[in-house]
Design a protein around this ligand. Sequence first.
Ligand SMILES: Nc1ncnc2c1ncn2[C@@H]1O[C@H](COP(=O)(O)OP(=O)(O)OP(=O)(O)O)[C@@H](O)[C@H]1O
Ligand SMILES: [Mg+2]
Length: 344
Amino acid sequence: MAKPLNVLIVEDSDDDALLLVRELKHSDYALSYLRVDTPEAMHAALEEQEWDAILSDYEMPHFSGLGALKIMQDKGLDVSFIIVSGKIGEDVAAGIMKAGAHDYVMKSNLWRLVPAVERELREAVIRRERREANEQIETALREKEVLLREIHHRVKNNMQVISSILRLQSRYVSDEKSLEMFKDSQNRIMSIALVHEKLYYSNDLTRVNIKEYLNDLLGNLLKSYTMDKNIISLDISVDDAALGIDSAIPCGLIIGELVSNSLKHAFNGNKYGDIRISLRKNGDTFKLIVGDNGIGFPEDVDFRNTESLGLRLVTLITENQLNGEINLNRNKGTEFNITFKGGK
Ligand SMILES: Nc1ncnc2c1ncn2[C@@H]1O[C@H](COP(=O)(O)OP(=O)(O)OP(=O)(O)O)[C@@H](O)[C@H]1O
Ligand SMILES: [Mg+2]
């Protein structure tokens, strides 16, 4: 059985339209068609039904080929559109194709019409399949994003649960040292949970804005050590840059350890002090500085080889997770310099 072919003919001359129809009837299609010659009639025809192809004259008394093409495009339709004209030069033909027509056929060469229509129908199928494939990919991507966002949310919630459990359990602990350990662990967990919270709200779901992250992280930290801002001043200067999850979590942990060290150890006896945190991005290299103007790092302690957990974590994380370098500057107070590449 012949395949149906619905053609909209935009043509002011009945005779010319019949010539096209005669040509198309030579093909293997079962042809049905409608002739229109005004914008209004074209609108109505496009609203009424779907068309396989539009064949349009180039110049008409009340309409034009480019006008017809625009009406189709404005409706968001992608019907095979072929200009069939008596007289157009190379320039005009090029302009027509640039405007989005799929082909043009001269009325003096009407034998080209059927092959042109057939080819354009095949092309239209390919275009539709490509469009559908793209839509599927976009849907899959959106679903992946929703899922990822959901996971960040759940990871953050679960970490908050762990932190709450530690807080509840610490109520049964009376020894000061052990209480401190519980608090440190809670802070470490919260610094990771915060990354997941930031990722949940971020647009691309894989990177966090370090400025926002560090402001929140340090705010939490100060609260947990109940520091009076009039006594200890915190000077934070952080570039407005993004960090991937693989760098943000180690970075948050390191800053947590170093700042809590300054809060705990630097100002013994001397109540007033400054803590500076700076994180600067230069190309793909990040430079992190955490320093204080306190009593200074003990001469007899090798910070890369401590008995205690805090600095041991800092060196391990810097070298193994950030593939970075860490140095201690003892000129004024204590200042740790860490450089790492934040590409991931
Ligand atoms: N900013 C600082 N100013 C002065 N001394 C410091 C500073 N940071 C660290 N120290 C000294 O270095 C030691 C080791 O620090 P580290 O963070 O490894 O252990 P901690 O803070 O004592 O315990 P934790 O394992 O809970 O972190 C501290 O006990 C302290 O004596
Ligand atoms: Mg410490």
